[in-house]
Design a binder for this molecule. Structure first.
Ligand code: CTP
Length: 398
């Protein structure tokens, strides 16, 4: 994701400066080479040594110390950057940048860089709402600067309202988005993920081993590539990807209702969910008591959501998954045709390193036009991008 990217992290003087430390950890963990610049007031809140230790580089604090230990002055640092992030950004720094003022290491480097600049503001709610501030932000947005909006909450100054620095995870996600080609911008992609649960009685249900990892990876990757993403999710233990709109469902019937309510807004539907094929004919209102040695449960077929989508006259691009334990290619191709899909991702769920509940996958892709593609073992995050590359190349232009 951010592997081998050079990122400048500009830290300003605000109580939220400590959250920049957490962001730095997220950035370095994902492989970025991070160089930190601190303003003079930032150093009142947190010691440069913290950033130096975690970034493994000296922290830049002084403008006129151009040849430092690693020979990086503000110009060469600005030139090498793939991304510039300012966290927390005060009203003062935003005003200075908007006014073209470059009077310290941070503002000169921002002025000199051609890299995308991502600004995460944090300030008092009245400062945030001040027209002067709002005009400065608007101006910078017009000039192509990216912003991660602050959130509402109790502010350090005692006021309630907007102005709280966005969570480090949200800034991280925006950072990834800022260096990711936005090839799916303007597209709406619906992803279903996870298992469905079919209730037998108030305490029991039938389900499957799906963890939702593949669907969540697809939702996250599509969002990073600029799409609006609707994630219709069965019960999972996964955190919701930043910026993704989630609709939680339990059963196949609920999933069907949610999918049908949104399908007309979508350019593509990716059905990664492991939908239960059958549900109990009746759900007992009270707990079923222990009876004889053997009991049987009468089951009825669930609607096949993907097949229903495929049978519609006007339908978005449809990508399905085929979870198989044998005859992978044959079964997948048969499902592609039978459900009238544009693409199917064939998944051998009997392998230990692919399919349910693991972080890796090995799949075959088949397309309506007859093409096929074998994907080697890779992480679900990487596979999500491979699937979106194939899907993106086939979406009709608008
Ligand atoms: N699917 C669906 N609704 C169902 C069953 C499956 O939308 N009731 C979708 C899944 O989300 C997946 C694709 O259909 O994208 C194939 O699911 P899979 O479980 O592999 O196949 P089934 O069609 O259920 O057939 P079988 O279980 O016999 O393999």
């Amino acid at each position: 994701m951010l592997k081998n990217k050079t990122i400048i992290l500009g830290v300003c003087g605000g109580i939220a400066a400590y959250k920049a430390v957490e962001l730095l950890r997220l950035l370095t963990r994902s492989g970025a080479d991070v160089h930190v610049i601190m303003t003079r007031s930032a150093q009142q809140f947190i010691a440069p040594l913290t950033f130096q230790t975690l970034s493994s580089h000296p922290v830049h604090t002084a403008l006129f110390n151009l040849i430092e230990e690693d020979e990086i002055g503000h110009i060469s640092l600005a030139d090498r950057a793939d991304l510039f992030i300012i966290v927390p950004a005060t009203a003062n720094i935003i005003g200075k940048i908007a006014g073209g003022i470059a009077d310290d290491m941070l503002t000169t480097t921002v002025m000199a860089t051609k890299a995308p600049v991502l600004i995460a503001p944090a300030m008092n709610v009245n400062m945030y709402r001040n027209r002067l501030y709002q005009e400065n932000e608007e101006k910078l947005r017009r000039f192509g600067y990216h912003f991660v909006a602050p959130v509402s909450g109790r502010l350090a100054c005692g006021w309630e309202g907007e102005g709280k620095l966005a969570a480090p995870e949200a800034v991280f996600e925006a950072a990834v988005g800022a260096v990711t080609p936005q090839d799916l911008a303007g597209r709406v992609i619906l992803v279903t993920a996870g298992p469905t649960r079919e209730e037998i009685d108030p305490v029991r249900y039938i389900s499957n081993h799906s963890s939702g990892k593949m669907g969540y990876a697809l939702a996250r990757a599509a969002r990073r590539r600029g799409a609006r993403v609707l994630l219709i999710s069965g019960p999972t233990a996964l955190p919701i990807p930043e910026g993704v709109e989630v609709i939680n469902v339990i059963s196949a019937t609920e999933m069907l209702t949610a999918v049908m309510a949104h399908v007309d807004e979508c350019d593509a539907v990716i059905k990664a969910a492991a939908v239960a094929d059958y549900r109990p004919v009746t759900r007992c209102e009270t707990k079923i008591k222990k009876q004889g040695d053997v009991i049987s449960l009468e089951m009825t077929k669930n609607p096949d959501i993907l097949a229903l989508l495929g049978s519609r006259q006007r339908r978005p691009f449809l990508a399905g998954f085929a979870a198989e334990t044998d005859n992978l290619a044959g079964n997948a191709e048969q499902k592609l045709k039978a459900k009238n899909l544009d693409m199917i991702i064939a998944n051998d769920v009997s392998q230990e390193d692919a399919g349910f509940n693991v972080d890796t996958n090995r799949v075959l892709l088949f397309f309506k036009e007859g093409a096929g593609e074998q994907c080697e073992l890779m992480s679900k995050a990487q596979l999500a991008d491979v699937i979106l590359d194939a899907l993106g190349a086939r979406l009709p232009t608008r």
